[in-house]
Ligand binder design. Structure first.
Ligand SMILES: *Cc1c(COP(=O)(O)O)cnc(C)c1O
Length: 393
């Protein structure tokens, strides 16, 4: 049955993914089931999306209720779920202004536009530059791709938006070498995801912040993957005590309803995008608003962040033990429930073996096994995962 669907898929869908040979059907808690009824322990959560676990009844009910009221209106009108969502998002992020998008890439697009407009209003020139990082990932649209520090993703689609310079994450001197009078923003992921699970160092973030303050450059932090509680803080930068001027969020924000946002401080909000500068048909529609509302409520009610802080050290310990046991593993690195096992060679075969044994994992680059499970995983789930993975090396 599964094979027939896979063949149909490969006839109809544009082949932009080398997909795993499985057709998923439904989920419950931290488990997914394929259409033949096989059960999988999920340590990917749709790539850091389904933080609350599948078939969360309170979340599903909130969406159903909103569907029966109205799914979409337009951003030319106000709607209550989105007003509430913006208020709650401001509160948990400490930022002042919110723009809702449909995806992470669009949040990056908006952040770039806000930064360029901020600089434009200062000097009227149109040749401002943005500094991004090597090995970064910010999405697949042309703007987001242009700041993605991986030539493999970019090359065939050049030229990008232009005026982008690349520095090295956690190498402040390489950032300094890119700064000039035209620099309007410095952009990076607080914890690099696709690029290999690299957390920013405290020193790097502090130095970049100080540089930005000195030269009125905007610090943009991409929290699309590492945000929403994943590192044990609602947003990863909150651990560092270094606040961005603009930040992006998506993935777990809607827990499956496609939504993202870029947020900014009042300083940027008051001196950048105005009516007519930016828009979206769907972004922050009532259904998206209802999803964000419920997600943020459930984070609070279910003490999700406290849970991450409690369970993440156990995941680290178990992965460290695995790394000590298997020669093929070089090291572990990460933050909270965003971890990577860095291996000495490709990991695709290991991930395929795990899938056969009912465990869903994903890579980050060729050599790294990435762990971005639902935030509700338990110690028992971690034990089960490690027991399976142990047999895959
Ligand atoms: C996934 C991701 C994006 C892109 O988000 P999409 O919703 O896929 O457009 C951008 N930045 C980071 C850090 C991501 O992990």
């Amino acid at each position: 049955m599964m094979q027939a669907y896979i063949e149909e898929a490969e006839k109809a869908l544009l082949h932009t993914y080398n997909r795993y040979q499985v057709v998923l059907d439904k989920g419950e808690g931290v488990y997914l089931y394929d259409i033949e009824g096989k059960k999988y322990l999920d340590f990917v959560s749709g790539i850091a999306v389904f933080a609350l676990g599948y078939k969360n009844q309170a979340y599903n009910d909130a969406l159903k209720e909103q569907i029966d009221k109205v799914i979409h209106t337009s951003n030319y009108y106000y709607n209550v779920p989105t007003i509430e969502a913006a208020k709650k998002l401001k509160k948990v992020s400490g930022m002042d202004r919110v723009f809702f998008t449909n995806s992470g890439a669009e949040a990056i697009e908006g952040a770039i536009k806000a930064a360029r407009k901020y600089a434009y209003l200062k000097d009227g020139s149109t040749d401002h530059e943005i500094i991004a990082m090597n090995h970064s990932f910010h999405g697949r649209t042309m703007g987001a791709l242009s700041v993605t520090g991986n030539p493999k993703y970019r090359e065939a689609f050049e030229p990008g938006i232009g005026n982008i310079r690349f520095a090295d994450m956690n190498d402040f001197d390489s950032v300094l070498a890119c700064v000039n009078d035209k620099t309007c923003a410095i952009l990076f992921e607080t914890v690099q995801g696709e690029g290999g699970i690299y957390p920013a160092t405290q020193e790097f973030l502090e130095k970049v912040r100080a540089l930005c303050d000195e030269k009125d450059i905007l610090l943009i932090l991409d929290e699309i993957q590492c945000g929403m509680g994943r590192t044990g803080y609602m947003y990863a930068w909150q651990k560092y005590g270094v606040k961005p001027d603009i930040m992006t969020t998506a993935k777990a924000l809607g827990c499956g309803v496609p939504v993202g946002a870029f947020l900014m401080t009042e300083k940027v909000g008051a001196h950048s995008l105005v009516a007519g500068d930016h828009g979206t048909t769907y972004g922050g529609n009532p259904l998206a608003g209802a999803a964000i509302n419920k997600v943020l409520d459930l984070f609070e009610e279910n003490h999700i962040i406290e849970h991450v802080r409690e369970v993440a050290p156990y995941l680290e310990q178990k992965l460290d033990e695995l790394a000590a046991k298997h020669d093929y593993i070089q090291t572990r690195r990460g933050a909270g429930l965003m971890q990577g096992l860095v291996c000495k060679g490709p990991v695709s075969e290991i991930i395929n073996r795990a899938l056969e044994k009912g465990l869903i994992l994903i890579n980050a680059g060729t050599n790294i096994i990435r762990f971005v499970p639902p935030l509700v995983i338990t110690r028992e789930n971690i034990d089960d995962m490690v027991a399976i993975l142990d047999t895959c090396f």
